[in-house]
Write a protein that binds this ligand. Structure first.
Ligand code: BDP
Length: 714
């Protein structure tokens, strides 16, 4: 019987293998291992030991091991109740089932943590993958396979892993009509029209990929939400997706439109203080849990960019979040209330508004509310200082929101590996409780003692065959999961794993590609927004440069608002003489950022309006340095392209060629960014170009006239 279930799962439970090397298999390809090194891996994979009937989740772990072993080693391990000799892999779920005499103690592990250990039990030996839960065993299985995929030594394993945070969620910004806001990889993968009756096999492949990196939550639609998703018709569809995801340890969440009681409930108000509104949400929650007993909860964008919210009724974020939290609490659900708020009716520096609104509310949110904060105070820019809310709300759990889709970083075609950006933010010291108060320690609750914790990533998954719109953007999805699991994970080590799993273990390929990835984010900063500049992208779609845009109705939608270039200098004065945003940072950052001589140069223009002739650390003037950074960014992309050209033949031609073409686009666009930015800022500074610097190809009017009305994702 057991065997039958497993065979059935292997044959029918997963989608048919994709065509060769089109990116569909992501980092889970399992190509044949080089014969010369396969022996220890083959020896280790003889038998899977699992007493009794496996749960659905454990069956997935077994299928995955089979798939990995068959692909990499051309051997299918047998499945047994009892171990024999060497080469056993014990799958152990639950502390009570840990084999005696292994010394394995699961007590200190998180529920979904795991250990992987090489053991000898009597006359048998092999590898134990043990967790308190089935999904922990599945995570451990993926970890073991990763070690094999990356050719790690698996003869003396002693791995112990617990995730940094509880909720590790991908936020989809997908609309019900399948258009993906800020999506560059095709349509939404959720085919709402055909749900619940047709379950696209891709849903399961998606869940498998997410589980392989420890993701345990998915919010399905756009934060600019549609109340319809809470109607019975859509709850039934959502439930069908939840059923697919459940065995993979993934819960579904939905975005909750604050005005839903009016739009689909027939009420005249959505005022959170109104008992009828409270009752409507409580009943809605009851209804949702009838469809989806393990529904995760709501993600809410309220009173931001025109979305409805409690402030429409003179209430605040606490009133809104707590009402929804109360509705979900009896069912164990949570609210992720977004702090991405700013208003055109507020004259305060946009970078200050979220802190101003939220920090006074510290301590007032219910226990099942997470406040979800973007990594920076403006909006997913190539570089921003960490959001000053981190550390400033000791009584409130703050959830990190990263963007995985590259809205402001060149869409799908630019190779920009984002893990160094995530790492920079997570490792930043807030000084909230003295030195060493990193953002990571705020987010994981260790600094200020929050018990509910989470990390969200705005996803880049779509209907494109390669899921992410480009092969290298898969790395951002992958790295997001790995870093949500381990907030201290090393971005370079993740890149190394990803390259090996996705392409090849050949050092002649791995080393240069990892180097290229590691430098790629800084290259993008250089050719787009160097030295602390931000938000200079063209209007609306954010594709390409638009630093000259100054006339939009809402001031904070204009790039001019952010760079404030004039004949004297450039940059946003956020010191006491300006918006005083520096006062939102703890000491010594307040002073460090506030002083033009001590602020890190890569944030200079974020915090200061700086004269063009200001002397930089290099001895050059700001103007010279700015133009050099733009130029350097283009050179860095040209280097990436040259590196890639030298790798032809080391991987399959199909992926090689697409990446080569995309790097060509990136170089062209980096040049466009550089030339247009220099041309525009020169028209303001009136300064000559530094000696030896190539002038922009065209004049500024040429660049201003470029328009892309159909750029994607808008
Ligand atoms: C901005 C996007 C916009 C989102 C918004 C958000 O341009 O499409 O709706 O963030 O996070 O970056 O709510």
């Amino acid at each position: 019987m057991l065997r039958l279930i497993i065979i059935a799962l292997s044959v029918f439970g997963l989608a048919a293998p994709a065509q060769a090397e089109d990116g569909y298999e992501l980092w889970l390809r399992y190509p044949p291992m080089e014969r010369a090194i396969a022996k220890p891996y083959r020896d280790a994979m003889q038998r899977i030991i699992l007493p009794g009937e496996p749960s659905e989740t454990l069956s997935l772990a077994i299928s995955e091991l089979e798939r990995g072993a068959t692909g990499m080693l051309d051997r299918t391990p047998s499945i047994d109740e009892d171990a024999k000799g060497r080469g056993n892999i014990w799958l152990v779920s639950g502390s009570d089932n840990v084999p005696a005499d292994t010394g394995i103690d699961l007590t200190d592990l998180a529920e979904d943590g795991y250990v992987i250990r090489t053991v000898t039990i009597g006359k048998t030996s092999g590898i134990v993958i043990a967790s308190k839960s089935d999904v922990g065993v599945l995570y451990g299985t993926f970890h073991l396979l990763r070690l094999m995929q990356t050719r790690a030594d698996i003869t003396e394993l002693n791995v112990s892993e617990s995730p940094s945070v509880d909720v590790r969620i991908m936020n989809h910004w997908d609309n019900l009509d399948r258009y993906v806001e800020r999506g560059y990889s095709g349509q939404s993968i959720w085919d709402w029209h055909k749900l619940p009756d047709y379950i696209d096999p891709r849903y399961e492949d998606y869940a498998r990929a997410q589980a392989s990196i420890g993701i345990n939550g998915v919010s399905l639609i756009n934060v600019n939400s549609d109340a319809m998703v809470l109607t019975p018709m859509y709850l039934e569809k959502t439930a069908a997706l939840a059923d697919v995801f459940r065995p993979y340890g993934i819960k579904v969440y939905q975005t909750a439109r604050f005005s839903a009681p009016m739009e689909i409930g027939g009420l005249e108000t959505a005022d959170p203080a109104d008992p009828a509104v409270q009752q409507w949400w409580a009943e809605k929650a009851d209804e949702i849990y009838q469809y989806i007993p393990d529904f995760g909860g709501f993600l809410v964008k309220a009173n931001s960019e025109g979305q409805p919210g409690p402030q429409d009724y003179g209430r605040n974020h606490v009133d809104g979040a707590n009402m929804l939290a109360d509705a979900l609490a009896p069912h164990g659900g949570i609210v992720m209330w977004r702090a991405f708020v700013y208003s055109e009716h507020d004259d305060e520096d946009r970078a200050k508004q979220a802190y101003t609104q939220f920090v006074p509310l510290d301590g007032q949110f219910r226990d099942n509310v997470l406040v979800q904060v973007k990594n920076g105070a403006i909006d997913f820019q190539p570089r921003e200082p960490f959001h000053p809310m981190f550390g400033a709300m000791p009584e409130t759990p703050l959830m990190m929101e990263f963007q995985v889709t590259k809205e402001y970083l060149g869409f799908a075609t630019h190779l920009v590996y984002l893990a160094p950006l995530y790492e920079e933010v997570l490792e930043a010291d807030t000084y909230a409780e003295g030195e060493g108060s990193t953002v990571a320690s705020v987010v994981d609750g260790s600094l200020q003692g929050q018990s509910l914790t989470g990390v969200a990533g705005v996803g880049n998954v779509g209907s494109d065959r390669n899921w992410s719109g480009s092969h290298f953007d898969q790395a951002n999805w992958y790295a997001f999961g790995r870093m949500a699991w381990d907030l201290h994970a090393d971005s370079e080590a993740i890149a190394d794993d990803w390259v090996r799993m996705t392409f090849s273990n050949d050092p002649a390929f791995v080393t240069p590609v990892v180097d290229m990835m590691m430098g790629s984010r800084e290259a993008a900063v250089n050719y787009m927004t160097p030295l602390g500049l931000a938000h200079l992208m063209a209007t609306g779609h954010h594709y390409g440069p638009g630093p000259w845009v100054c006339d939009l109705g809402r001031p904070e939608w204009n790039p001019c608002y952010y760079h404030k270039a004039d004949e004297n200098g450039i940059g946003f004065d956020r010191t006491e003489t300006g918006s005083d945003a520096i006062s939102q940072y703890a000491e010594p950052l307040h002073d460090l950022y506030g002083d033009i001589d001590t602020v890190p140069e890569n944030l200079l223009l974020w915090f200061h309006h700086v004269p063009w002739d200001h002397e930089m650390k290099s001895g050059a003037t700001l103007w010279e340095e700015l133009t050099r950074h733009y130029t350097l960014g283009v050179e860095q992309v040209a280097d990436m392209r040259a590196t890639w050209a030298g790798l032809e033949g080391l991987i399959d031609d199909g992926r090689y060629a697409q990446i080569a073409a995309f790097l060509g686009i990136q170089e062209k666009e980096a040049q466009w960014w550089r030339d247009s930015s220099i041309a525009y800022f020169q028209s303001i500074s009136g300064l000559p170009l530094p000696d030896g610097l190539a002038p922009p190809e065209k004049d500024v009017e040429y660049y201003k006239a470029i328009s892309h009305p159909f750029a994607p994702g808008n």
